[in-house]
Design a binder for this molecule. Structure first.
Ligand code: AHG
Length: 277
């Protein structure tokens, strides 16, 4: 595991430098989920994929940018699922984006997730790694430096509501409005890494990406986006649900399946469950 973390840390520094100097442009291809892929997504996918292929402890990996599972060492145990560059549509507007990783022991299911991490490419390069705790680091003076363990309060003040409002259900709109009515402030960039990172830094709140009339299973992918953040939020003292069930308990129907998802501190997650149950 440590070998994977050290290797990803190096690759993230490389990607961070690439993001500072390269202009992103649209490519001709689509990714496995049908999104239009930016060139920089593919560069990030290649970078992290090549890194993982060199590691003896990696059984294989699955990337948001690739349709199939990639075998590495059949005798190894650890499987990495990753989104190499989440929020890439924000590259042109120079907003913060990130890379998300889940490390699974043998099987791609929530109960086999042993570590989750993300890198956030903003004014600074930062990393959050969760195995027993959710640990926050910054890359400064050519090395990774520990900042803090994240610990969410039982409730927060931020509301980060994903999806197009026109396609929300009435119940979901009422839920989101109820948080605003209680004084929660809107914080939504359109990149889940930055939005979820902000809630962790500010010690609480709610991020939601519900089922909508145009996306019945939501938008965010279980293996690359949802499970890693569900794991990180639980390790930070929060919770993550699909409205009915704990996210880390849900089944994974296919590599690229998505799910409705809610992340946050415990009181907000209880309110979500009260509405969705
Ligand atoms: P992309 O990588 O295509 O930019 O998508 C970003 C993801 C996620 O990071 C974010 O929370 C969500 O899509 C935003 O979607 P909406 O714009 O539909 O709210």
């Amino acid at each position: 595991m440590e070998e994977i973390l050290r290797a990803l840390e190096v690759s993230a520094v490389t990607l961070s430098k690439m993001l500072k100097v390269r202009l992103a442009g649209y490519s001709e291809s689509n990714n496995a989920s049908g999104d239009h892929v930016l060139k920089i997504d593919m560069k990030a996918d290649l970078l992290f994929g090549d890194t993982l292929k060199k590691l003896k402890c990696v059984k294989g990996y699955v990337s948001e940018e690739q349709v199939e599972f990639v075998d590495v060492n059949k005798d190894a145990n650890l499987i990495v699922a990753f989104d190499p560059l989440d929020g890439s549509s924000l590259v042109d507007s120079n907003l913060s984006i990130g890379s998300i990783f889940g490390i699974y022991d043998g099987t791609l299911s929530g109960d086999k997730l042993v570590c989750a991490l993300y890198f956030i490419y903003g004014p600074r390069l930062e990393m959050v790694v969760a195995s027993s705790k959710a640990k926050h680091y910054v890359y400064s003076e050519d090395k990774w430096q520990f900042i803090q363990d994240f610990n969410l309060e039982s409730k927060g003040k931020l509301n980060s509501p994903g999806g197009t409002q026109q396609h929300w259900s009435k119940e979901h709109k009422a839920l989101i409005d109820s948080f605003f009515a209680k004084g929660y402030r809107l914080r939504y960039s359109g990149g889940m890494v930055a939005d979820l990172h902000q809630i962790l830094c500010k010690k609480g709140g709610i991020f939601s990406y519900p089922a909508t009339s145009d996306a019945k299973s939501g938008k965010l992918r279980i293996l690359f986006e949802v499970f890693p953040f569900a794991f990180i939020y639980e390790k930070a003292g929060g919770f993550a649900t699909n409205g009915k069930d704990r996210l880390l308990d849900i089944k994974v129907p296919s590599l690229h399946a998505s799910t409705p998802c809610f992340f946050g501190s415990k009181e907000e997650m209880k309110e979500v469950s009260d509405v969705y149950r």
